[in-house]
Write a protein that binds this ligand. Structure first.
Ligand SMILES: O=C(O)CCC(=O)C(=O)O
Length: 320
C-alpha cells in the first residue's frame, strides 16, 4: 500500500525512538503498544481499552480521504484519540471536524465564541466540567463527537479522563447486561431547560425548539458504525429509568455509574497547549479534573452532529 499523502507529500511519522523501535518490529508489551493502522500513520495506545495518540498529522490542512478513514477507524476502535503540537484557528478546527461529519452549532444553550458560531469556549475561569458526562445527551440527537483544541493549559493539573462505555457494558455480568438491554433512560438538564424556556427557545441541528423536553434513549446503545453495544447513561443528564420506581431507578443508575468509571475502563490525558482530543460521544464518558486552582486553562470545542441513539430497547428509527 502506498504511503498516505497530505498535499502530495508522504505523511511524516513523528514518534519517539521507543515507539519507532516497536513499530519496526521490537515485540510490544501486552496490549499497550503502538499499532500501525495504515502505513505511516502511527497510533499509540494509552490503555488497552480506551485512548490512543496519533502521530504524524497536521490538522490545520485537509487530510487525504484515506487518512480521514484511518483516523475515523482509530476513533471507532479507541473511542478517544489525541494529537499533539497542533496549531489550528477556530475555522481550521471546524474544517478539520467537517471531514468527519456535520458540525453543529457550538452548543444548544451556551453561546459560541464571537469569531465562529460552531466553536464553544471551554474556559476554566467560567466553569469546570469535573463530573462524568457525555455531551448533549439531554437532546434527542446528542453530539456524535467532540473535538477539543487546548490553547492554554496549567503547568500541572487540568487533565481529562475518559471511560469506555462499551467495555463497561461488556464487563457487566450477563444477567445484568440482559436487564440493561431492556431499559430506557430519561435524559434531561433542568437548568438548560429553564434557560431555554426563559429565552423562548433555542436552535439546534438547524431547527428551532420552543422548549427543551426530556430525551428517551436506550440504556444500551448500539454504535451505528461498528455495531458494538455500550452503556449509554451518565450521571449528569440521565435523570431516571423509564417505568421504574425512584428506588429501582436510582439504585440501578448508581450501580452503573460506579461500574462505568472503574479505572480499568478509563484513560487519562495530560493536555498541553496545542493538544487536540477527539472523542466519540456514542461510546464514552469524560471528566475534566478540577485540580489546577487559579491557573489558566482555555480550549475551543467543536461538536459533530449525531444520530438518534438506538439499541436493544429502542430500534433504529427511520427519519422522515
Ligand atoms: O475541558 C475538558 O477537558 C473537557 C471539557 C468537557 O467536559 C466538555 O467539553 O464537555
Amino acid at each position: 500500500m502506498p504511503p498516505f499523502l497530505v498535499h502530495g507529500l508522504p505523511l511524516q511519522v513523528n514518534v519517539g525512538p521507543t515507539a519507532q523501535a516497536r513499530i519496526e518490529g521490537v515485540p510490544a508489551v501486552g496490549q499497550n503498544s503502538p499499532v500501525t493502522d495504515a502505513q505511516h500513520l502511527s497510533v499509540h495506545l494509552l490503555s488497552p481499552v480506551i485512548g490512543a495518540e496519533i502521530f504524524g498529522l497536521d490538522l490545520s490542512v485537509p487530510l487525504e480521504p484515506g487518512v480521514v478513514a484511518a483516523v475515523r477507524h482509530a476513533l471507532n476502535t479507541h473511542h478517544v484519540i489525541f494529537f499533539r503540537d497542533q496549531s489550528v484557528g477556530a475555522d481550521q478546527q471546524a474544517a478539520f471536524a467537517r471531514q468527519f461529519g456535520e458540525v453543529t452549532e457550538a452548543h444548544p444553550v451556551l453561546p459560541s465564541i464571537e469569531e465562529n458560531r460552531e466553536v464553544l469556549a471551554i474556559d476554566g475561569k467560567a466553569g469546570r466540567a469535573n463530573w462524568w458526562h457525555t455531551d448533549v445527551t439531554f437532546l434527542d440527537t446528542p453530539a456524535m463527537g467532540s473535538i477539543l483544541f487546548m490553547l492554554e493549559a496549567p503547568e500541572v493539573g487540568g487533565d481529562t479522563m475518559w471511560a469506555s462505555l462499551q467495555d463497561a457494558y461488556e464487563g457487566l455480568a450477563p444477567a445484568v447486561r440482559t436487564m440493561c438491554d431492556g431499559l430506557i433512560g430519561i435524559h434531561h438538564d433542568p437548568w438548560f431547560a429553564a434557560d431555554v424556556g426563559a429565552r423562548g427557545g433555542s436552535e439546534w441541528n438547524g431547527t428551532w425548539h420552543d422548549k427543551m423536553v426530556p430525551a428517551l434513549d436506550p440504556v444500551v446503545r448500539t454504535h451505528p458504525e461498528t455495531g458494538r453495544n455500550g452503556l449509554f447513561v451518565n450521571g449528569q443528564f440521565t435523570q431516571a429509568l423509564l417505568g421504574l420506581s425512584k428506588n429501582e431507578s436510582n439504585s440501578i443508575l448508581d450501580m452503573l455509574y460506579r461500574h462505568c468509571v472503574q479505572s480499568e475502563f478509563t484513560c487519562r490525558f495530560r493536555g498541553r497547549a496545542g493538544s487536540v482530543a477527539f472523542w466519540d460521544n456514542r461510546a464514552t464518558l469524560h471528566y475534566a479534573l478540577e485540580d489546577y486552582g487559579d491557573a489558566p486553562r482555555f480550549a475551543h470545542r467543536v461538536t459533530l452532529r449525531g444520530d438518534r441513539p438506538f439499541g436493544p430497547a429502542v430500534p433504529a428509527r427511520t427519519e422522515g
